[in-house]
Design a binder for this molecule. Structure first.
Ligand code: ZN
Length: 253
């Protein structure tokens, strides 16, 4: 079982309910990793986002005192990727309500702090809306924006994007690219098929938001980037940068 330096378990579901009941839950920071079940080229598995989200969250949680990592959300909105075979895209409104149910359950049990730790682009906006919707449901005339339950959305790639741009060798990156492939080569090498690498890009105009439409209609590979530039060494640098940025957030809470 995953434990921190003080010997405390860090994976929420490794606890019994009696053990959770005995915790000082007001001092715990919960982490909810969010990923997806979606196509990532022919060289990475459908698990790419979800396994990385959970593993990076666990590695960060082990470096602090009071963080508990919830099981990752494997199903989320993946509208642009939805038509590649196997992708399971959840409607944003369903996902938002599902996430709010998780917040409500945790609040009911006396937890007061939760960070959503997201790697999946398609989940960013729905997660942001879920947090706002939850706060608005909790609001009263005395408290317009409840501070009883602190919620924060942390997108794993956001604080390290500038650094990743300095590592990048391909023309662009963003999906099943040199970054995600490097990360999997480092974390889960058995889940990478290098003989299937293809460099491919979404015909996407820089300066606009990420392409939201049917990506399959304009890109046959489910890749935006150059996986041939991936390496485990690059993956280790990416993982360390993501974990360091997240540990900093956890320590500041
Ligand atoms: Zn991904």
């Amino acid at each position: 079982m995953e434990k921190n330096a003080a010997g405390k378990k860090v994976f929420y579901v490794d606890y019994t309910w009696k053990e959770l009941d005995a915790l000082d839950r007001s001092r715990v920071t919960l982490v909810l990793p969010t990923g997806a079940t979606e196509a990532h080229g022919a060289h990475l598995t459908m698990a790419c986002d979800s396994k990385a989200a959970e593993e990076l969250a666990l590695r960060a949680a082990k470096q602090v005192e009071n963080a508990l990592v919830l099981p990752a959300l494997w199903y989320s909105p993946a509208l642009d990727i939805a038509n590649y075979t196997g992708t399971i895209s959840i409607k944003p409104s369903n996902f938002i309500n599902y996430v709010i149910d998780i917040f409500e359950a945790l609040y009911r049990h006396g937890f007061h702090k939760l960070v959503v730790a997201n790697v999946h682009g398609g989940a960013k906006t729905p997660l942001d809306v879920a947090i706002r919707e939850f706060h608005s449901r909790m609001a009263t005339r005395d408290k317009g924006y409840s501070d009883d339950f602190f919620l924060h959305l942390h997108n794993f790639y956001a604080p390290v994007t500038g650094y990743l741009n300095t590592l990048a060798e391909g023309k662009d990156w963003g999906h099943a690219c040199e970054m995600e492939t490097s990360l999997d080569l480092y974390l889960y090498p058995e889940r990478v098929y290098p003989e299937r690498y293809v460099e491919d890009y979404i015909p996407w105009e820089k300066g606009f938001e990420w392409y939201i439409g049917d990506m399959r209609a304009v890109n046959k590979s489910a890749i935006h980037g150059d996986p041939t530039k991936a390496s485990a060494e690059k993956g280790e640098k990416i993982a360390n940068a993501i974990i360091a940025a997240f540990v900093d957030i956890l320590r500041r809470l």
